[in-house]
Write a new protein. Structure first.
Length: 244
């Protein structure tokens, strides 16, 4: 994945804008509790309606800015990831076109199809996650620890400990998910191979009355891939709230 980062150079300005919007989102999210505390401690306790109205209006404006920043982060992350995957797909296709027949036989057509389609789609999905959540999580954690230290230095260690635990959980989940992704890719290769064999050898299969055998082979491959995909998707669902 690190070798592919050089293809992000054309999107440098968009990446800078994305980081700025992420800072805006984090600032809006962490600023809301401060205004809520002022409304409760100074407005409600002292029955100061003007302060409640003023701080409430500021909270509304900050929430609006935060929403705009969040939408901008999602838009830029999707745009960067899509263009990034498009450039890689062009490079992969050009590279495959230059292969010799020996290289085609060594790598297999099914595997090359998977590399040009499903693999790049997975890279695009990972890039969106990196730009939207993985990049935002450490900024939020560091900023939250800094604000907690300013408000209550004696309690800041609790948030720091929570951030460290969350990072540990994320690393453990990645350690579990990545090997499953490799298994998933092999199963996708297998499914493409079986499908291609059925399409290219359709007349031979019918001539030898082997339809049931091929259906059973395809069904087994399809069930294995579906089970692996379901497991990975469940892990990603578990990881998403942790990383957010």
């Amino acid at each position: 994945m690190l070798k592919l980062l050089k293809y992000l150079k054309p999107y440098t300005l968009q990446l800078i804008a994305l980081v700025v919007l992420i800072f805006g989102t984090v600032a809006a999210t962490l600023q809301m509790p401060d205004y809520m505390a002022k409304i409760i401690n100074e407005g409600i306790v002292k029955s100061d309606n003007s302060l409640i109205f003023h701080k409430g209006l500021l909270m509304f404006l900050i929430a609006l800015v935060g929403a705009v920043c969040t939408v901008g982060v999602g838009f830029l992350a999707s745009r960067i990831a899509t263009g990034f995957s498009r450039d890689i797909r062009n490079k992969v296709f050009s590279r495959v076109e230059s292969f010799s027949l020996v290289e085609f036989n060594k790598l297999s057509t099914a595997s090359l199809i998977t590399r040009s389609t499903n693999d790049i789609q997975q890279i695009q999905t990972v890039m969106v996650l990196l730009l939207r959540m993985v990049l935002q999580a450490p900024i939020t954690g560091i900023w939250a620890i800094f604000k907690a230290y300013q408000l209550a230095p004696s309690l800041s260690w609790i948030i720091a400990l929570a951030v460290v635990i969350l990072l540990g959980v994320i690393f453990v989940m990645f350690a579990v998910v990545l090997p499953k992704f490799k298994v998933l890719q092999r199963l996708v290769d297998r499914l493409n191979l079986v499908t291609r064999e059925n399409l290219t050898g359709l007349r031979v299969i019918r001539a030898f009355n082997n339809e049931k055998f091929e259906q059973a082979k395809f069904e087994k491959t399809n069930v294995d891939l579906t089970a692996a995909n379901l497991f990975v998707n469940r892990l990603m669902v578990v990881m998403q709230p942790v990383m957010m």
